[in-house]
Structures are given as structure tokens and as C-alpha cells.
Design a binder for this molecule. Structure first.
Ligand code: CP
Length: 308
């Protein structure tokens, strides 16, 4: 039986079934073959117009979506809030409705407010893909992270994944927790207690404040960035102290009894959450994550366009 994606939008991993996630991975497998061919372009999204609407800075996600759209032969328009009429007081709904009136079929949006994509989905007909909404979710990041673990370790089921760092302000952490658990992985969060939300245990994750214990437990360590831009108060004394207690360096990695896979969603603060000799080591799959992001985003847009 032909499988189809259950959702009109990709607002968060919370809404997806395990079958949805596996369908994205199987579709991404095909697109990964395509983007490694000399001719990297397919006509799958010809005559589909996608608007990339970014109200917050991005390097990886924005470039990855745009590249994915171009590989699928979609027409692409890019909108950056700082250079738009948003600065003149236009609302989110008015901005997007104006863009959609120019016959746009799909919207990829990053916004600093949690829930912005859900809010928009109630007011417009086009498919919306959440490219990160504040501290809430970053679904395509979680999909490419889990896909990279599957690629490196053969499967996600039964693997132990430690998400380490600023859990409190991280949309990557929440989307990863949902995605990894739906695929049958065990998840631990680790960081200073001030950066771990009080009720995170209700999501079924283990909680650990000792980095060495977390590293000895896990098969995969996903090192998160300290999100200073979202911290309105001090959650730890200094970056130097944070790095001494929670930074992953070569000495710590070498002290473990087994090899672990090291991940990071980027952007990296080298020398804070991870040192360069670890980020650039054979244990790291950071650049594989970035490469896989294009195939995953092609898969998501292809499945949503097919559904609609
Ligand atoms: N991983 C990630 O979302 O990076 P950007 O903020 O550069 O898009």
C-alpha cells in the first residue's frame, strides 16, 4: 500500500507518527542519492512556489531549505524580516497573506515566538513548515539528527542519546526528544540544573547533571549551544566555568570506555560546549548532519506538496 504523510503542515515532531518519520527517512534516502549525482536536480516541485520567511537569523536552515527547493525545481522567494515592511508595523498574518496572494503554495517560517507557525496555520491555506519557533520546536533539525544517527549506527531504536547543554532555551532539544522517543531511542538530558526545565522528566527522559556520567551512558552525545540571546538572566557564573563542567574536550572523550558519536546542530561555540579537536574528530558527524539536512528538507517538501 502506498504510504502518505499524515499532516498538511510540518509544525512540530509532536504531531508526527512513527510512520510519518520513517516515510520522511525513506524519501530522504532517495533524495540523498539524487544530490550525490552529477546532475542534482529533479522536477518534483516544478510549478510549486515556496516562500522562505525568516524573522530570525539562520545560516544552515535557510541555505539548506533554499538548496533543497532548488534541487526540487521549485520557484523560491526569500523574505527577511529586517528588510521588510514588518519594521513598519505590518502584522504576521498581513505579511504572510500578502505574500500568499502572489500565489505561493508553501511557506517555510522561522520566528522567535513559540507557536507562531501553529498560529499562522489557523489563518492561511498554504502548507507551513516550521524552521524553528522560539524555544518550542525545530522539526527538520530533529529529523536530520535522527536520520544521521540511523545512517551512522544502522538504526535509532534502542540507542542511548544524551542531549547536553542549554536544554531550557533549546527548540532542538524538544524536537529531538519527541523524534528519538517515537523511533524507540532512550533519551537523557544533561546540563546545569538551572538550564534543565523543572518538568522535563514528564516527557520520559532521564535527567543527569554530571557530564561524565552522561557520556559514559550514551551512544550519541548531542552537544547544544548555550543560547545567550535567549537568556535574560545569568544561569551559570561564566562561559569558562560552563566549559570546565559541561564542555566536551578530547581528554573527556578519550577517557570513555567506548566510542561515542558526537553531534551538534550548529552554530558551534568552539571552546565552550565543544573543543575544535572534538568537533573536527572522527567521532563527530556534524557535517554529515548538515549534508543530510538538504535530503531531509527535500523529502519533507516533496511529501507535503504531494499530499496537497
Ligand atoms: N541548526 C540551525 O538551526 O542552525 P541555523 O540557526 O544556522 O539555521
Amino acid at each position: 500500500m502506498k504510504k502518505s504523510f499524515s499532516q498538511k503542515h510540518l509544525l512540530g515532531i509532536k504531531d508526527l507518527s512513527r510512520d510519518d518519520i520513517e516515510l520522511v527517512f525513506e524519501t530522504a534516502d532517495n533524495f540523498k542519492t539524487v544530490i550525490n549525482r552529477p546532475i542534482k536536480k529533479v522536477p518534483s516541485l516544478r510549478d510549486v512556489t515556496v516562500a522562505n520567511i525568516f524573522f530570525e537569523n539562520s545560516t544552515r536552515t535557510k541555505i539548506s531549505f533554499e538548496l533543497a527547493q532548488k534541487r526540487l525545481s521549485a520557484d523560491v522567494v526569500n523574505f527577511s524580516a529586517s528588510a521588510s515592511s514588518v519594521s513598519k508595523g505590518e502584522t504576521l498574518i498581513d505579511t504572510v497573506k500578502n505574500i500568499l496572494s502572489m500565489k505561493v503554495d508553501m511557506v517555510v517560517m522561522r520566528h522567535p515566538s513559540p507557536g507562531a507557525c501553529v498560529f499562522l496555520s489557523k489563518h492561511i491555506d498554504a502548507s507551513i513548515i516550521n524552521a524553528g519557533d522560539g524555544t518550542n520546536e525545530h522539526p527538520t533539525q530533529a529529523l536530520l539528527d535522527a536520520y544521521s544517527i540511523r545512517e551512522k549506527l544502522g538504526s535509532v531504536k534502542g540507542k542511548k542519546v544524551a542531549i547536553i547543554g542549554d536544554i531550557m532555551h533549546s527548540r532542538v532539544a524538544l524536537s529531538n526528544i519527541y523524534c528519538l522517543q517515537k523511533l524507540g531511542a532512550e533519551v537523557m538530558v544533561c546540563g546545569p540544573t538551572t538550564l534543565i526545565p523543572k518538568h522535563i522528566g514528564t516527557l520520559g527522559v532521564k535527567v543527569e547533571s554530571d557530564l561524565i556520567k552522561a557520556l559514559n551512558w550514551c551512544d550519541v552525545a548531542n552537544m547544544l549551544r548555550i543560547q545567550l540571546e535567549r537568556q535574560d538572566i545569568k544561569y551559570f557564573p561564566s562561559l569558562r566555568e560552563y566549559s570546565m563542567l559541561y564542555g566536551l574536550n578530547k581528554e573527556r572523550l578519550d577517557s570513555l570506555k567506548k566510542d561515542i558519536v558526537v553531534m551538534h546542530p550548529g552554530p558551534i561555540n568552539r571552546g565552550v560546549e565543544i573543543t575544535s579537536d572534538v568537533a573536527d574528530s572522527i567521532h563527530s558527524i556534524i557535517l554529515d548532519q548538515v549534508e543530510n539536512g538538504v535530503a531531509i528538507r527535500m523529502a519533507v517538501m516533496f511529501l507535503l506538496a504531494g499530499r496537497n
